[in-house]
Design a binder for this molecule. Sequence first.
Ligand code: FRU
Length: 326
Amino acid sequence: AAPPRHYTIGFSQCTTGDAWRQAMLAGMRKELSFYPNVTFRLKDARDNSNRQQQQIQEFLKEGIDLLIVSANEAEPVTPVVEEAFNRGIPVVILDRRIASKLYTAYVGGNNLEIGQAAGRYIGSLLAGRGNVLEIEGLAGASPAVDRHRGLANALAAYPGLHLVARVQGDWKRPSVITRLPAVLRAHPEVNVIFAHNDRMALGAYQVCKQLGLDRRIRVVGVDGLPGLHGGIQFVQDGVLTATLLYPPGGEEAIRTAMNILEHRPYAKENILGTMVIDSTNVLTMKMQTEQLSSQQQDIQRQQRLLQQQRDTYASQQTVLYVLAGA
Ligand code: FRU
């Protein structure tokens, strides 16, 4: 058979500076290891939409066969992604959407549903009565917009529940540490904080603790990463009451990209599921993720061994070749 064609995939990532993005990248690299015919190039916009625009322009100049984008903010990044799409470059949107339908496929969670699930969970936690404070991700990033809309929708079904304050957290813990104390002092009636990710939720918990409110205010986050500093551990430690799972989708993004490039069938919308992780299921989740990661390590060990054997074989071939030539 003919050797597979070579492809270059450009990945425009809004940021690489957090554990969730690192898990996404690890998933991508894992899946990419099955495709030696692919060159994978990453550009990190470091939370800056202008830089992301420029970097996508660079990709277009350098030449790529497919673009994967996680848009820092939807609006400013949209025109250049549309330009790529209109030039015939397939576009896979990963996690953070653009403000346009001009893309080939989307991979990621349903953030409207995540906000709604959080709202319903808080509704039952407070038995339908109480006050909620929301800490939002970067304004203009699609998950922040959708998580807020979802939460507001769900809370509207409970006449006794009120969204009393919203804090801009920009996805980052330090913003929460700076801005939350004043808002909490102005709103002593808050019972539950919903933060758009677990890093901001951790910041909220730390502020509550500092103000002596950690026993009265419960905190709900999003992401539910495994590992020592992930949301699953925070729930187990009682730092968070719950977190909504938000899978990073790295493997799925590469799989979708390869289906597109190699002309196999694919879906335009690839929605990854969510679930509430709280004290009732956190141990099961923890055990499952630990098992997965140990299997993953086994696979990597096997791959390293295989590579060593290939290297040994290659050097033996060289020796034979040299001997034969002598
Ligand atoms: C990581 C992150 C996650 C969040 C996602 C939303 O950069 O902030 O914590 O769920 O982005 O796009």
